[in-house]
Write a protein that binds this ligand. Structure first.
Ligand SMILES: O=P(O)(O)OC[C@H]1O[C@H](OP(=O)(O)OP(=O)(O)O)[C@H](O)[C@@H]1O
Ligand SMILES: Nc1ncnc2[nH]cnc12
Length: 208
């Protein structure tokens, strides 16, 4: 764990203190990601027929799997000078908040339209069916800050692409985007890579 006075350290000092601290489960002894895949429940035909819904609530309820997922997502960035983690509502708040804590970084909530109280920047994004809008506070990131974007899952990539647009428009440098689950058949991770984003994922499931 970072020291209690981590907030008073520079980003590099904070990252160094994390890199030298003991993770909950040492990375050298991590089991293969098959264990993480097994901790994720699949619900057929939710929320509509033909969709295999990848339900992370079972992973979240399993302390070991949850801790492993957070450590694995954070580990590549332990010495990367990350200022902020941006998480996408709603499941991205759970994963992103924990990763931010692990990196001793700040957290930026990217929310669906109308939920944030202060002045916002807004972008429309495409979902599998239709479009929606997401927002971020205008002062949530400063120009040049290094941000890791985090969500539970990337499918078509429309949601993550919207978040990348918001963050870049505000001058943030996107160090990477990290997801527990990739649905590679839907092409989202490749779409983000095409935007010049370094994409990290832990578990891939075939199909929708
Ligand atoms: O790559 P995409 O095709 O854009 O899909 C991925 C997004 O879909 C899910 O969120 P959802 O919109 O269902 O919101 P929720 O987290 O509030 O359930 C998931 O948590 C991602 O944010
Ligand atoms: N198959 C899926 N399971 C869970 N969340 C999703 N978001 C988009 N596609 C999804």
């Amino acid at each position: 764990m970072p020291p209690a006075d981590a907030a008073s350290l520079s980003p590099d000092e904070r990252q160094a203190s994390i890199a030298s601290s003991d993770p909950v489960i040492p990375s050298m002894s991590l089991p293969p990601n098959d264990d993480l895949a097994a901790a994720i429940r699949t619900i057929p035909d939710y929320p509509k027929p033909g969709i295999l819904f990848r339900d992370i609530t079972t992973l979240l309820g399993d302390a070991r799997a949850f801790g492993r997922a957070i450590d694995a997502l954070a580990e590549p960035f332990a010495a990367a000078g990350i200022d902020k983690v941006a998480g996408i509502e709603a499941r991205g708040f759970i994963i992103g908040g924990a990763v931010a804590h692990r990196l001793a970084a700040g957290f930026v909530p990217i929310r669906k339209r109308g939920k944030l109280p202060h002045s916002t920047v807004r972008v429309a994004y495409s979902l599998e069916y239709g479009i929606d809008e997401m927002e971020m506070h205008v002062d949530a990131v400063r120009a040049g800050e290094r941000v890791v974007l985090v969500d539970d899952l990337i499918a078509t990539g429309g949601t993550a692409q919207g978040a990348v647009t918001l963050l870049r428009d505000m001058g943030a440098e996107i160090a990477a985007a990290a997801f527990v689950i990739d649905l590679p058949d839907l092409g989202g991770a490749d779409k983000l890579r095409g935007l010049g984003v370094d994409v990290h994922t832990l578990v891939a499931f075939a199909g929708h």
